[in-house]
Each structure stands twice: as C-alpha cells, then as structure tokens.
Design a protein around this ligand. Structure first.
Ligand code: ADP
Length: 684
C-alpha cells in the first residue's frame, strides 16, 4: 500500500511523451524530494525536541515545503527547473545546518553527497544544468568552509551531548541519502546492464542476421561474380562482334560513299547528257521541221512535176494509141513507122509507171497512206485492158504475153482498181523486161479459195538468185547491179507493190530459178458486192463498139492536143463532141446545149473545173448532167476533193481509153438517175 502510494508520488509529472531515460531521472528527482522531505521532517522534529529550539522545526518545515515544491514543479512538467530546485534546496539545507550547528556536526558531508546527485538526475544533453547543479554544492561547501574559518555566522551554542547527537543524526541522514544515491546508481546500472543485455542480444541477433545476410551476400556475390564473368565474356564477344560489324559497316560505308560519289558523278554526267539530249532534241525538232518542210516542198514539187509530165504524156500515149488503133490508118502507115509508134507507146507507159512509183514513194515518205477503196469493177475487163497495154511492149521484144483467167472467179470484185493496176503494171513490166526474145510471160488470175484470189505473173526470163530474193522487195534494191546497166529501172516497183498488197490485206511472194524464170504471186482477199447485177463484158471484145450518135458530149479542155485526141477518140466511137476552151464557155455551152455528159479538165482558164462544176451543180436545170473529170492531178486527195465537189468520175491523165469508154458508156446509159440521186444527197 505504502509502496503503491510511494510509486504514485514517484511518478508525479510523468506523461507518455517523456522518454524512458528522462522518466527515470524525473522519478529519481521525485523520490529524492519526497524522501528528503520525510527525513527533513523527522530531523526537524528530532532536533527541535533534542535542542528545545523550535526554530529548527520551523526552518525544517520550510525546507520540507521547498522539497515538496519540487514535486509540484515536476507535476507542472518543469523538469529542468525541478532538478535545479532540488540541488538549490539541498544546498540551502547544507548551508543552514552547517552554519547553525557548526563544523562539529559534519553537515558538509552532505555536500559530498550532493556532488554525485546531478550525475544521476541530468541527462548527457543537459550539460549546462549538470555543471550548474554540481557547482552549487561545491560553492556551498566553499562558503561553509569559509564561514568555519572566518566565523562570519556564529553557530548555535550546543552542549557536548547535543553536538554528538546532532552529528550522528546528520551522519545518518547523509548515509541514508548516500545510500539512496548508491541504490539509484545501482538501479541505473542494473537497468543499464539489462538494456545492455537486451542490446547485446539484439546485437548478437543482428550479428547473426548480418552473418546470414553476409553468407547470402557472399553467395549472391559469387553468383554476381559468375554472372559478371559471363557478362564480361558476352560483352567481350559482343564487342568483338561489334568490332567486326563495325569493320564491315565501315567497309560498307566506304563502298556507299564511293558509290555515292560515283552516283554524283553519274548524276552530273546524266545532267550533261540531258542537256546534250535537250540540245539534240531541239536540233532534231529543227531538223524534223526542216525535213517536213523539205518533204512538203518535195511533195508539192512532185505534184507539180507529175501534173506537168502527165499532160504531155497524155498527148504522147493518146496520139500513139490513136495512131495504132485508127482503122482509117490501117495498111497506110509503113511497118517501121508502126513499130516506132509502138515503141513510143510502150516507152511512154514505162515512163508513166516510173512517175506513178515515184509519186507513191513520195507519199510513203511523207507518211501518207492512201485509203484502199472498195469499188466493184469488172475483173476480166480490167485484166485485159492492162495486158493490152503491155502487148505492144512484149511484141517489140518478141516476147509472148498470155492471159489466163480462172473461170471460177466472179465477173466483178470489190477492190482498188488503181492500186491493183499499179501492182500488175510493175510485175508485167519487170517480167517483159527480164525475159529474152522467143520466151513468154503469162498472167494468171485464179481463185485460191473461197476467201482469196491470186494474180500471178510468170516469166521464162533470167531469174533471181536465191540470196537476192529477199532483198528485191526493199526500195532501191536490184538483184544485180549489172541489171541496172542492162535494163535500167529504179528498184522501187516491187517495194511499192508489196506495200500496196499488204495495205489491201494481201501479200506478194516470189518464186524464181536463175535461168529458168520467175513467178510473182499476189494473194488478195476476195470480196464481192452483194446482189451484184452487173453485166460482164464479153471476153474477147477488143474494139470499142459505136455509141449512139444522138448523144451529146461536151468537152471542157484548154489543151488543144488533148482536145484533138478526145475528138478523134469519140469520132472513132461515133460521137461528135462539143468543145469549150475554158470553164466559162463550158458553162455557157452547157446551158445552151444541155449535153448528156460533160468531160472536164480541172485546170482551165477563166473558170477552173471546180468553179464551173459548182455553177453546174447549183443550177437545178443542169445539176443532173453527169460530169467526168480528166486531170493530171494524180494525188488521192485531189481526186477525193473533186468527187466531193460533185464530179461523177475522176480519171487521171494519161487517159486509159478502155476506162474512158467504160465510164462514158455507163453514164450515157443511165446518166440522169445516177446524177440526180447523187445531187439530191449532196444538196440536202
Ligand atoms: P526495177 O525498177 O529495178 O525493176 P523493181 O523493184 O521492180 O525495180 O525490181 C527490183 C529488182 O528485182 C530488179 O532490179 C530485178 O533485179 C529483180 N526482178 C524483178 N522482177 C524480176 C523478174 N521478173 N525476173 C528477174 N528479176 C526480176
């Protein structure tokens, strides 16, 4: 119970916030204060009773109050002040009793006890407080000794037995207090030892843990080392690889740089090439323009030349034809003169062929290709008329010329008569040219199958060497240069014939045996006009039959030779034609005489053929009259322009009389029907 109460007093002023060590010091202060207050009370009472001096009791009570106020200070949590206060009250007690009872009572021993107290109650942090608390009892001791020596305060008059009793009482108090100090030290030491033990155990545990951790660490370290070694090896390998790669990359980089430099050089070169090309292209464009201009000029020139040659050629061929075929001359002209005329006729045909070929080549070079016409024409008639032309040439060379036509062929076929004539002329002219006297040339015309027909010109001439057979179809190529010296020629005929055949959807082939002969076969698609009602001209009819003399034909032609030729031709077939020297007269005569047919030259003075035609076609009274144009303009576009303008037929000079007869016959038979229909279409 008492112990419990003491414990409560001992813990005065403690809170949970106060640390263990500080709490212990507060409890020591409380214990010292309380126990000393008790001792002080006991001593005060005892000494008062012994001495009979009640002042001792009163002062003792004041000291007791001082000790209890220490408890109060702790209760108020003024711990430092309480510590200082405790030492202060002790010092006061020591000074009071020391001076009051004198040196023989041994009160100064209390000072020795007090020097040890601050060590117990002050923590190492409270160094200043500790010093002050230790300085106080020392100062008290010094003051006390000084007082003993100098006798400043006179001690109480005590008897010998009282002094003896006082000394023993005070000594007992000092012993008790020292015992308390020692016991507190002991407790402190014990708690320190205990703490140390705990610390030691925990340290040992820590040490063990550390040792365990150390072992683990060692293991980990070992693993780390091996891993490190592995890593180092890998790093070495990688470094080696990287070095190798770096080396390779360096080489690649070098290569790339080299290539880049090359590319840059190439780029520069390319730029130079491009610049050169640009210049070249500009030059080429200029050259092309110049070439095109030159070509156009050449074409215009050829057109002019062709036109200029055809007019006199028309006269030569026409006159020689008329001379050869005029019945009234028969027997009157000497044989050698006839032969000269035949020569003139044949040569002028050769000349015509050359002109035709040169014109065709000019067209090819100018990039113009004629459209292939699909017109119905009498096949046998056409073949015979061509053969007739070459009969003279063959006769002059004593070469036989035969025509064999397959009976299976239709009377009329669809095709381009002009272009076909060009091929046939070339082949026949060559065959006759390369065939010696007393040999023969045969023209076969036959049906190959339901879709194709063929023209074959076979001769018994010199033949062509195998190796030359592929070359002869190229322009300006001849099988043998000696041929040129012997036979002449341009080397154009076969090239042009091949091209025309291909344009028609056909082909041309050659077979030849040197010394035996040559055969050229043209294969063409067979096209027939549906519901064809046209009459075939009876084979063998060579002479033109007389046409009805009542028919009126007006010829508009400024060239007098041509007028004469036409007049003779028509008088031979029973018609007296009217002639106008220019377009203007031609229109006037048309109005005056209303002819059944007009034959018109396209180049005339005063009114050109085109202008005259316009007037006729625009006049309702005249527009039905069929008009046949005869012109030296051999170009396809010129023909087409004339047909567009309203001519019914277009014949090219030199005129083929067979063809002229054919168309005249056709339009005199049914002129109005054909013309009227065409014109209705045109005017609308
Ligand atoms: P050319 O105007 O020279 O006759 P072509 O193109 O018509 O030109 O003929 C080319 C060459 O083919 C001739 O020069 C000739 O060497 C050869 N040739 C053509 N037809 C015959 C043939 N029937 N017999 C022998 N050689 C021929």
């Amino acid at each position: 119970m008492i112990y419990h109460q003491f414990n409560i007093i001992k813990k005065t002023g403690l809170t949970s916030a106060v640390k263990d060590d500080d709490a212990r010091k507060v409890m020591i202060v409380n214990s010292f204060s309380f126990l000393t207050a008790l001792l002080c009370t006991f001593c005060g009472v005892s000494l008062s009773l012994i001495s009979g001096q009640w002042i001792i009791l009163y002062t003792a009570m004041a000291f007791v109050a001082g000790f209890l106020s220490i408890l109060l200070l702790n209760r108020k949590h003024h711990y430092a002040m309480a510590k200082f206060g405790l030492l202060f009250v002790y010092c006061c007690v020591m000074l009071y009793y020391g001076t009051t009872f004198g040196e023989s009572t041994q009160v100064h021993f209390l000072g020795l006890f007090l020097i040890g107290v601050p060590l117990l109650i002050c923590s190492p942090k409270e160094r200043g407080l500790k010093c002050a608390c230790m300085a106080m009892p020392l100062t008290g001791l010094i003051l006390l000794e000084a007082n003993y020596y100098y006798q400043v305060v006179q001690p109480m008059e005590l008897t010998r037995s009282m002094t003896f009793a006082f000394r023993w009482l005070i000594m007992a108090v000092v012993v008790v207090l020292n015992g308390m100090v020692i016991s507190f030290y002991q407790v402190n030491i014990a708690s320190l030892v205990k703490t140390l033990g705990i610390r030691n155990r925990s340290l040992r545990k820590r040490h063990e843990e550390i040792a365990g951790k150390e072992a683990e660490l060692k293991l980990a370290y070992k693993e780390l080392e091996s891993y490190n070694e592995k890593l180092e090896r890998e790093v070495e390998n990688r470094t080696a690889q990287l070095n190798a790669n770096y080396k390779v990359q360096g080489e690649i980089l070098k290569d790339l740089q080299h290539t880049l430099a090359q590319m840059k050089r190439k780029d520069l070169q390319l730029e130079e090439y491009v610049a050169e090309l640009e210049t070249l292209r500009a030059n080429l464009t200029t050259a092309r323009d110049e070439a095109e201009n030159a070509n156009a000029a050449k074409s215009a020139f050829l057109r002019e030349i062709s036109h200029e040659i055809r007019n006199p050629l028309n006269a030569i061929i026409g006159i020689s034809y008329l001379l050869l075929n005029d019945k009234s001359n028969k027997g009157k002209v000497p044989r050698d003169i006839v032969s000269y005329i035949e020569n003139i006729y044949t040569s002028s045909h050769s000349l015509l062929e050359i002109i035709n070929n040169v014109l065709e080549l000019a067209k090819i070079e100018a990039g113009k290709t004629d459209d292939i016409r699909q017109e119905s024409f009498a096949l046998r008639d056409w073949l015979r008329s061509v053969v007739t032309i070459y009969q003279n040439a063959a006769r002059l060379k004593d070469v036989g010329l035969q025509l064999q036509i397959d009976n299976g062929l239709p009377s009329h076929i669809l095709g381009d008569r002009v272009h076909l004539s060009q091929i046939l002329n070339n082949l026949l002219a060559n065959a006759i040219k390369f065939t010696p006297a007393n040999k023969k040339v045969t023209l076969y015309c036959f049906k190959k199958n339901a879709l194709q027909w063929c023209i074959r010109v076979a001769d018994e001439g010199v033949g062509i060497a195998k190796e030359k057979q592929g070359l002869i179809f190229q322009p300006f190529e001849q099988a043998d240069k000696t041929i040129y010296h012997k036979f002449g020629g341009t080397g154009l005929g076969l090239a042009i014939s091949k091209r025309i055949a291909e344009l028609m959807g056909g082909e041309i082939e050659v077979w030849s045996q040197p010394g035996e002969g040559t055969a050229f076969t043209v294969t063409l698609p067979l096209k027939i006009e549906k519901n064809q009602q046209l009459q075939e001209i009876v084979p063998g009819k060579k002479q033109f039959s007389v046409l009805p003399s009542s028919k009126r034909i007006l010829l508009m032609e400024d060239n007098q030779t041509n007028q004469m030729i036409m007049e003779r031709f028509f008088s031979n077939i029973g018609i007296q034609i009217m002639i106008a020297d220019n377009g203007q007269d031609g229109v006037a005569m048309t109005r005056a005489h209303m002819p059944d047919l007009i034959i018109m030259d396209m180049h005339m003075p005063k009114l050109t053929g085109r202008e005259a035609l316009k007037i006729i076609r625009e006049d309702p009274a005249l527009r039905h009259i069929p008009v046949i144009a005869i012109s030296a303009d051999a170009f396809r576009e010129q023909q087409e322009a004339a047909l567009e303008a309203g001519v019914n037929e277009y014949l090219i000079k030199p005129v083929e009389f067979d063809r002229l007869y054919e168309v005249v016959d056709k339009y005199l038979d049914a002129p109005c029907f054909v013309t009227a229909e065409r014109m209705v279409a045109k005017v609308s």
